[in-house]
Design a protein around this ligand. Sequence first.
Ligand SMILES: Cc1cc2nc3c(=O)[nH]c(=O)nc-3n(C[C@H](O)[C@H](O)[C@H](O)COP(=O)(O)O)c2cc1C
Ligand code: SF4
Ligand code: SF4
Length: 225
Amino acid sequence: MITVYCFSGSGHSLAVSKELSKLLDCEIRPIDNKTTTEDTAVVVFPVYCQNIPKPVKRFLKGLEAKYVALIATYGKISYGNVLYEAQKLLHGQVIAGAYIPMGHTFLDGDCEFDATQLLPIVRRIQAPRQAVIPKTVKNPLADIFPGLRSRIGVKIKRGDNCCSCGHCERSCPVGAIRNGRIHSQCIRCLRCVTNCPQKALQYKNSRILDTYLNSYRKEEYVLYL
Ligand SMILES: Cc1cc2nc3c(=O)[nH]c(=O)nc-3n(C[C@H](O)[C@H](O)[C@H](O)COP(=O)(O)O)c2cc1C
Ligand code: SF4
Ligand code: SF4
């Protein structure tokens, strides 16, 4: 059986997962803390500060799959060494890896991507064979308190139109919202901002982060088979 596992903050990795589930005619499941046993797992997730998001790291360590395809979406800035690091956490055989350039969460990036980029991955999943994901260059500063850097760089504010429905609290992937307050476990995935039915949550980047985000863009699609 093939299953697409998805972690997504602002919907980009979810858009890729939906396309893959259509092409592979299989189910999408959210990445959670449960240990999972699969024949083939396609794991789709975003790059956060050139790292694997914490919930995804936990998931990969517990994943029991014969074959794994790894797909990382990134905001056209940098992807570090994420796929190589993900490969190291796995028990199963990696059969494909890809970095897909998309809009950046902190720049209201849209979910558009070139769906033809998924076709060679789909073909490999249908006829599995070991892939080689080499080590790439990662900025050494990327590992210095990535979560704290995101929290300093991006502030989230709750407006008066919040109706206390609790949706944000229930859907936060790291349980960072309690009694309406965002705590320090927050990884700034912006899922709460994206999915608030009242649009009551707003985020604002620091000026330094905005300058950084607008200084450099790359449109690099990378495929490892
Ligand atoms: C906390 C955080 C850190 C990010 N770090 C990077 C990064 O290091 N390099 C990059 O190119 N994009 C970065 N991005 C942008 C996301 O990787 C990109 O927008 C991705 O497609 C978001 O996927 P999602 O909507 O499924 O969460 C970051 C986004 C967030 C929220
Ligand atoms: S999802 Fe939006 S409206 Fe509901 S509690 Fe959270 S901030 Fe308030
Ligand atoms: S509180 Fe933080 S970690 Fe939780 S959904 Fe919102 S941005 Fe993501």
